[in-house]
Design a protein around this ligand. Structure first.
Ligand code: T4K
Length: 361
């Protein structure tokens, strides 16, 4: 017997006011300019700089977060080196490293935040290490001070995968941060990626690399790719940005409703470190309970997700590191991310929590 008439998915994208979006489309139609750094793209770029409080010279937009990471890694010269990173993430983090010819070396995570542990990372630093790539998983802050010290002590780059972290101030740390603007994120541009970086001198190189590394009509300066954001993506981003504070507020309320519902339930641990409430992860007692809750919720018409299971080191390209990160392995086997999105009603959240408790206990 389904508890919900309609399927409740782990997330739903915010969709802006259609009339306002259509107005933006009219401008694009009139311009006949669809991609390649068009006027809407330039406006989105400026609006993001203002929102993030960084100069316009210190950010760059891309067609998606994965290509943003690849190009960022390429521009920082990480090819051919070892890069210490976390296995408790989406595959894109490591894929981007491998695709530019860097070798991911996996270190374990902190049990409180599930973000890469600086102490674990430090043990794996060798003369071949070129960078550390921690992930602010779920919008939880990494130990940014710890990584700053490692960066200075060993002369390695610190590049944050901040795919989940829009709406926080975490882009103020490290050499570079990447926000994903995919529709499963709290703020999106249909597809999109954003790099924020400390050294403004990188910007031209990043712009070149996302446009085949064509620097001018007569110069192609490197092996670039096509990672340009188009005008419709930029328009979607601009429209969603108008609503960003409400989107963040709503997620905070959903997060608080889950926390309250699970407060009296020792068998469900709410992970409550997120700065932007991008996800609502809980830890169950053990693997069997997690699987039971995951399947049991589906029977109720609730489609939670096991982000991030399997662990990256159980996937074919990364099995060389299987078994090296016990804290991350344990979390991957017990974690479940519950539905959260703009518009999810508090009473629905309470009912989902009731289902979880009934199945878990
Ligand atoms: N680094 C990290 C740490 C990341 O988490 C990600 C992406 C990246 C890097 C790379 O950034 P991008 O290149 O994606 O910008 C999703 C997303 O595809 C992926 O962006 C995201 N992380 C990852 C955590 O989740 P799936 O395979 O779970 O997506 P899917 O299609 O199953 O969608 C999840 C739920 O969202 C479904 O229940 C349906 C709902 N949904 C989805 C879409 C796309 C909608 O309601 N509407 C939609 O348009 O990977």
């Amino acid at each position: 017997m389904k508890r919900f008439d309609q399927p409740i998915l782990v997330t739903r994208p915010y969709l802006p006011d259609l009339e306002s979006f259509k107005k933006g489309c009219e401008e694009i139609w009139a311009n006949q300019w669809l991609t390649n750094n068009g006027p809407v793209h330039r406006r989105f770029h400026s609006a993001l700089a203002a929102r993030l409080g960084v100069p316009e010279t210190n950010l760059a937009l891309f067609s998606n977060g994965t290509l943003a990471l690849e190009i960022g890694f390429q521009a920082l010269g990480l090819a051919g080196g070892e890069v210490i990173t976390t296995p408790f993430t989406f595959v894109a983090t490591s894929h981007a490293l491998r695709r530019i010819g860097a070798l991911p070396v996996f270190a374990d995570v902190d049990p409180e935040t599930l973000c890469l542990s600086p102490a674990a990372a430090e043990k794996l630093i060798t003369p071949r290490t070129k960078a550390i790539v921690p992930v602010h998983v779920y919008g939880n802050a990494c130990d940014v001070e710890g990584f700053r010290r490692l960066g200075e002590k060993y002369g390695v780059k610190i590049v944050y995968d901040a795919a989940h972290a829009f709406g926080t101030d975490l882009h103020r740390h490290g050499d570079m941060s990447m926000f994903s603007l995919h529709p499963t994120k709290l703020f999106h541009s249909c597809e999109g990626g954003l790099l924020v970086f400390r050294d403004a001198a990188l910007q031209q190189q990043l712009f070149d690399l996302r446009n085949f590394a064509i620097h001018s009509e007569l110069e192609c300066v490197d092996v670039g790719t096509n990672a340009k954001m188009n005008e419709l993506q930029a328009l979607m981003g601009l429209e969603c940005l108008k609503k960003i504070d409400d989107l963040l507020d709503w997620r905070r309320r959903v997060h608080a409703a889950y926390a309250e519902a699970f407060a009296d339930c020792p068998s469900v641990t709410c992970l409550d470190k997120s700065l932007n409430c991008a996800y609502c992860p809980v830890l169950l007692k053990d693997f069997e309970t997690r699987e039971r809750v995951y399947e049991g919720l589906k029977a109720c018409n609730v489609f939670a997700r096991r982000y991030f299971y399997p662990l990256l080191t159980d996937f074919a390209p990364y099995v060389y590191a299987r078994g090296t990160c016990p804290v991350a392995e344990d979390a991957a086997r017990r974690v479940l991310t519950l539905p959260t999105y703009y518009g999810l009603a508090p009473e629905t959240v309470r009912e989902i929590a009731r289902c979880v408790k009934e199945i878990a206990e």
